[in-house]
Design a binder for this molecule. Sequence first.
Ligand code: SF4
Length: 574
Amino acid sequence: LQERLGRPGTRMLDRLRQAQDEDGRVDAEDLARAAGEFGWPVAAVTGSATYYADFAEGRRGRRHVRVCEGTSCFVGSQGQHIALLERALGVRLGECAADGSASLQGVRCLGYCYDSPALLDGELPATGDVLGGLFGDPLAAQRRTRPGCAEPLKMQAAQIPYASMVERPVVLAGLVGGEESWAVWPGVVTAGSREKIMNEIARSGLRGRGGADFPVAEKWSMTAGEPAPRYVVGNADEGDPGSYGDRLLMEHDPHRILEGLALAGFAVGARNGLILVRSEYPTAADRLRVAVTQAREAGHLGKGVHGSPVDFDVEIVVGAGSYVAGEETALLHALAGLRAAVRARPPYPTSHGFLGRPTAVNNVETLAAVPWIVRHGGTAYARLGHPDETGTKLVCLSQRFRRPGVYEVEFGVPLRHLVEDLGGGLREPYQLRAVQVGGPLGGFLTPDQLDLPLLAKALTEAGAALGHASLVAVDSTVPATAILRHAWAFAAAESCGACTPCRVGTRRGVELVERLGEPGHAAAALLDHEPLLEVLNVASLCAFGRGVAGAVRSLLRVYFDELHQPAATIDGGE
Ligand code: SF4
């Protein structure tokens, strides 16, 4: 499709954003102008503009606030923060004030799960107590009487607590271990060999950290075996509510990711790398862009890097609001400025990827581990973790924990170590009811299941999933139907719509939860879940539909007793 379209569309989403910034909306004139500039049919531009949440939600106010509807924010306030924010701003969620002064957009998620609830006012974050203070503030009543709430919020985002539990940190090396980025790249381009890098990555056993768990060496060698030109892509579309490790890496150690991408490019024989960053992470996108400029100035990127015959450069592309864009075929569409719809595989991106060319797509946490492996050797890396699942993983603990934050741990540690020793259990006065592992496509576990190891295989067998290794603590004050409604609402909002089982099935799920509250219908609504989940599981085109089915199944299992109480009792909980 891209070959038929004309100019490559890596700047298309920015072009639509520019139009939106000018007068708050993307209208027909903007679409026609962008189509003319890019040599695209207007229909293709319209397809993108109507797909992405950032453009499709309509007019933006002069002040645009994005409020997080992710799971940690939901658990932290059970959605109350949104209602309160609507009153404070004088505008409903998803709407713009009549005078254009303010608009409010719901997003999942902003990546501040350690200090929920969270919002972005423009590009400035406000989290936790600051946000809570706004609502409890006596001035809040006055603000509510004023249309548009022109008074600025006090902006603050709590510092991310992060720590390595590994003797020699791998992914957090530059943050806690002082290991410099770009330490191995000059030597590799001037005297290294592609085979040696491939061998070290193969020896390390490194697997994709974005949730797919695919062996990196295999993906790289498949890409390298295809004809040039080839591409390498960094997936920075960290959309899983509960995960914020990628944001941490991009904001605080972007050069480690760039070096990893450059090494990947060298290994597969690619001259171009791209990173897709979600628009909900504006600071991360800025830091990566600055880092690319710095890396060019230092001679790490560009033509003939460090006097070698190697050319390699990186382009940063910012998304526009789509959870499914994290799926690699959807991500490749988003990079090209198209709708982030999933496509059937095969062919795989390793042969038919960006612009139809061979492409290796890796999550940014995966890429951040590559320089360490090349420097210290794949064998040293493989000694970390578990024999079947080697190395380290960033684990994100949510706000309800006493010590929330990002921790680098070895694979195989028991979840109980993460929850109790690192997280310190739940803060007073909350009691742990369930842990959501691996985000909305992962699963829920009971406190009794915390002796499970942090391993993809073990978690899958237990009805959960490793995913991006987020742990969201759900306390006992959150009603079962509320968390079930939250799960289905997420699925319905984020389904890309490419296949019927997921597009329609997720909406049926929302309807089933509504029926749970109707007298006499609760039992049937619970029974009707199973055939719906089976259809989602067996007939969905991508892992999203299957993941939703698994996550909801685990939720029904963990909350079985509460959900099978009489409807009046269930509703009384909310
Ligand atoms: Fe899109 Fe859902 Fe189908 Fe995946 S399963 S292709 S997200 S509609």
